[in-house]
Write a protein that binds this ligand. Structure first.
Ligand SMILES: [Zn+2]
Length: 383
């Protein structure tokens, strides 16, 4: 929404966005709607602006929660521009009849996302039925039918419960660093839920996702990372747990359906009691091998789509495994603490390695523009 400040005077409104160009790379910049063209000006001065004619312009929504508005034109194949700022659709020059159906579809679709309580009720009945009928696929389908709004509401309660016992790092340098790492990922990830990232002070190397889309990163994980790409690898994995709603499935199994349904309908007492009773079960709960495999697979896809080198995922898991093995032989009781919720097994490492080998040999990735050591120094400072 930074365009609002430049809207004053005679300047044309600018919308923060990015361009995907032919070689698959992504450039950040600003979009402007001019009378006959959509113009993209890269933030880096030595790169040329891109113009897409408004004639035959294709407009669509995509990405996380359909937050991104994409622009393409068959006249410039291989190029797509996007912004998350929906107000661009109100620009005068886009109000031509040929573009109206696409714009109406996006605006209408966005409205439909805010589903009513009927959906919630029907979904709830669906879960109940599935719970009676059994588990497996039916169970997964029932989880998928829970409206994102309901999971978000539940997530807020879980988050409140967690953050009351944890020290959340508020240092803007640290949080902007995490944002630099995760923004390219959240922009390309198709997710029913929005993502939020919190760094918490903790000496175990770990990260975890809770229902609703919040992802917690232990400070020790950032301290032990050798590059921003390694952290991105873990984040993509956690985002995949959110996308597949693994945390929600665990909660339904663990806390029970009736308590959760009550919470979704506003009776939160039961859930709060259950959370207090079970303590930090979400921190210690291990996902199944299948969930981990699924999260690795989806996480890998997110990294490649975001143009971030997935080797970071591999090197980090390899190091975690080494530390795990060292500690095992140490006879120290903290043995499995490191990434205990997502064990870096040989099987997972092999899987990621084989996925990397499947990539075309000339595939290049962009470097995440972040000085990781600066973030690490900030984290190790006493608060
Ligand atoms: Zn995991």
């Amino acid at each position: 929404m930074e365009d609002l400040t430049t809207r004053s005077g005679q300047t044309t409104a600018e919308f923060e966005g990015a361009a995907f160009i032919e070689d698959g790379s992504r450039i950040a910049g600003m979009l402007r709607v001019l009378p006959g063209t959509l113009e993209f000006k890269p933030n880096v001065a030595d790169q040329h602006p891109i113009q897409l004619p408004l004639d035959n312009l294709e407009i669509s929504a995509g990405g996380n929660q359909n937050r991104l508005i994409y622009f393409k034109n068959p006249a410039r194949t291989g190029i797509s521009l996007y912004t998350t700022d929906r107000s661009i659709l109100k620009e005068q020059s886009l109000q031509r009849p040929a573009l109206q159906p696409a714009i109406k579809k996006i605006v209408g679709g966005h409205r439909r996302v805010k589903a009513g309580y009927w959906t919630l009720l029907i979904a709830t009945l669906g879960i109940l039925a599935a719970a009676w009928m059994g588990r497996g696929l039916v169970f997964q389908a029932a989880i998928d039918s829970i409206p994102p709004e309901a999971e978000i509401k539940l997530g807020e309660l879980v988050e409140k419960n967690l953050t009351s016992t944890m020290s959340v790092i508020k240092d803007p340098v640290v949080n902007e660093g995490v944002e630099t790492i995760t923004r390219p990922l959240t922009e390309v990830a198709e997710s029913p839920l929005p993502f939020t990232f919190h760094v918490v002070q903790h000496q175990e190397v770990n990260a975890f996702a809770i229902p609703g889309g919040s992802i917690f990163i232990h400070s020790a994980l950032i301290e032990k990372a050798n590059s921003a790409e390694e952290i991105a690898g873990v984040m993509a994995h956690e985002m995949a747990h959110v996308i597949h709603r693994h945390g929600m499935q665990l909660m339904v199994r663990r806390i029970g359906l009736y308590v959760l349904i009550g919470a979704m309908f506003g009776d939160t007492q039961g859930l709060i009691a259950a959370l207090a009773d079970q303590g930090g079960f979400l921190l210690s709960q291990k996902f199944s091998r299948d969930f981990e495999r699924q999260a690795d697979e989806t996480g890998f896809k997110i990294l490649v789509a975001a143009n971030i080198d997935p080797s970071g995922m591999l090197t980090f898991f390899e190091r975690i495994k080494e530390i795990q093995e060292e500690q095992m032989s140490d006879t120290e009781q903290s043995a499995m603490a490191i990434m205990g919720t997502h064990p870096a097994t040989e099987e997972r490492i092999e899987f990621i390695r084989s996925k990397i080998q499947e990539l075309p040999e000339d595939r290049n990735f962009r470097k995440i523009p972040l000085d990781i050591q600066k973030i690490q120094r900030r984290i190790s400072l006493p608060e």
